[in-house]
Design a protein around this ligand. Structure first.
Ligand SMILES: Cc1cc2nc3c(=O)[nH]c(=O)nc-3n(C[C@H](O)[C@H](O)[C@H](O)COP(=O)(O)OP(=O)(O)OC[C@H]3O[C@@H](n4cnc5c(N)ncnc54)[C@H](O)[C@@H]3O)c2cc1C
Length: 454
């Protein structure tokens, strides 16, 4: 049910309404992407006055041209989105992932149109998890691994949730250009001359985080020699909730199940989202192909499991880069989401890690606030950094390692990989652990991830 107040966030203050204005808040979150919005909803709905500052105009964030990606949102992240009150707005556009099939597709592309896919693949079925083994499953013995959702649908849902929140000021088209961490109250300066003062500043401004730089926090960065093509495709056969990942010599090729929709002629169509890693030099040529030609290229890599595949809508390309901030916190400042860690999308975990940051940081802040402690102090914030740093570092290393292991077509390595797949399929406890990892329910979980109240 949609709340009538739900569009409030779309009508918030834009730039230049009062250039000399100073806005006072308890927490200022810089960056109103998916991570910043989720954190704002978590804090504001728990009585912490929050100012969310976003450089883009809010309606642009949900436009078709802004972001063509869909995200695989793990079960644990869904629990967080539910806990902050956003899931009901997102759920109608979420397709459950019931099976995951990972294969070493190197032989497939080598064989051309009618080539042979690797006989060894890892198959995860949600039915393989023992009933009752998933925390917070709320009556479902077998919840799905996760859901595939268009990023713009996630943003739309989060905006609607923010529209219901008291204790929130949401600034749009407001770019932060300077940060002053020196005083007891931190000052964030906007490009239009306005200032926001807060006890705590949270940088959720993405991989290239300007706030990270302004705070003097360094980052390790590593570029990849490939980039990702992202587009939506329609296909003849239903996907049955299966997410496919083929490891090709240049990098992974993922076909992710989306909700069906209805085309302009009123015909129902099956849809999937493609994340296709390619040599950065080849991408401009691929993007120039007609829909039919690009569909052929997709089928050369993916095969005809879903029948004929045709791209629909705009095509996007994203550079891929690993970024790891040297530290997550300073007195009065915390980094969250891609501002703290940007990773390769090979395992679809970047946003999921950001959601776990949200759950942990919100828990640390809300608990300190309830106890009357200074949640902006380094001592409190270090609790968040300790909690999240290892998990994020491990995921960054795993995604980087997988990228290197699979972006290689040497025959002995390929054989070792396929043997690894074969043995992994036989080792049930290991496989179950990997499935629980994919669901985001392993480790020291924040309350929101466990399905509990903040
Ligand atoms: C091809 C691809 C596929 C992916 N697939 C998945 C997936 O399946 N699952 C998954 O979990 N993750 C996936 N990811 C990763 C995921 O998209 C990111 O981790 C996630 O979007 C990060 O969100 P964020 O809010 O931290 O940063 P961003 O989305 O980068 O948002 C940052 C926000 O800050 C704003 N901003 C920046 N600078 C300023 C400033 N100075 N002042 C004010 N505002 C500012 C920006 O306008 C932006 O809105 C994928 C990534 C790629 C590249």
């Amino acid at each position: 049910m949609v709340d009538p107040k739900a569009d409030k966030a779309l009508s918030v203050a834009g730039p230049g309404e009062s250039a000399s204005e100073e806005i006072h808040s308890e927490v200022a979150i810089v960056g109103g992407g998916m991570v910043g919005m989720a954190l704002a909803a978590a804090l504001a709905s728990n009585g912490i006055e929050t100012c969310l500052i976003e450089a883009e105009k809010l309606p642009d964030l949900t436009g078709e041209a802004f972001d063509g990606r869909s995200s695989a949102i793990a079960y644990g992240s869904q629990q967080v989105l539910h806990g902050i009150g956003a899931w009901d707005f997102i759920a109608p556009e979420a397709e459950p992932i019931r099976d995951i099939r990972v294969s070493d597709g190197a032989w497939h592309v080598k064989g051309g149109d009618r080539g042979i896919a690797s006989p060894f693949f890892v198959h995860y079925s949600f039915m393989d998890l023992p009933p009752g083994s998933v925390p917070g499953a709320r009556g479902h013995d077998q919840p799905p691994f996760g859901w595939i959702i268009e990023n713009r649908a996630v943003r739309r849902g989060l905006l609607r949730r923010l529209g219901q929140c008291d204790n929130l000021t949401h600034l749009s088209a407001a770019q932060v250009v300077e940060l002053d961490l020196g005083a007891e109250r931190r000052i964030v300066h906007l490009a239009d001359g306005r200032r926001v003062s807060a006890r705590l500043v949270i940088a959720a401004d993405g991989r290239q985080s300007a706030l990270r730089r302004m705070a003097g926090i360094g980052a390790r960065e590593l570029g990849y020699n490939h980039a990702a093509i992202v587009c939506t495709v329609t296909h003849e056969l239903p996907h049955e909730g299966v997410a496919h990942e083929h490891f090709l010599p240049i990098g992974p090729f993922a076909m992710l199940p989306m909700t069906d929709n209805v085309d302009a002629a009123g015909k129902r169509r099956h849809r999937s989202s493609i994340v296709w890693t390619e040599d950065a030099r080849v991408i401009p040529l691929l993007l120039k192909l007609s829909d039919a030609e690009l569909g052929q290229e997709i089928m050369r890599r993916f095969g005809d499991t879903l029948g004929r595949v045709i791209p629909i809508g705009p095509r996007f390309t994203y550079p891929l880069k690993l970024v790891l901030a040297d530290t997550y916190v300073r007195e009065g400042l915390a980094l969250a989401g891609d501002a703290a860690h940007g990773m390769h999308p090979i395992a679809g975990q970047g946003f999921n890690m950001g959601v776990r940051d949200v759950a942990a940081l919100a828990e640390v802040i809300v608990d300190a606030h309830r106890l009357g402690l200074d949640y902006a102090s380094l001592g409190v914030l270090e609790g968040y950094a300790r909690w999240r740093r290892f998990d994020n570092l491990a995921m960054v290393l795993v995604t980087d390692g997988l990228t290197r292991l699979f972006s290689n077509d040497l025959p002995p390595l390929r054989l070792a990989r396929d043997l690894g797949f074969f043995l992994f399929n036989k080792a049930k406890p290991l496989k179950r652990l990997a499935m629980r990892h994919a669901m985001g329910i392993v480790g020291d979980l924040p309350r929101l991830v466990r399905g509990e109240r903040l």
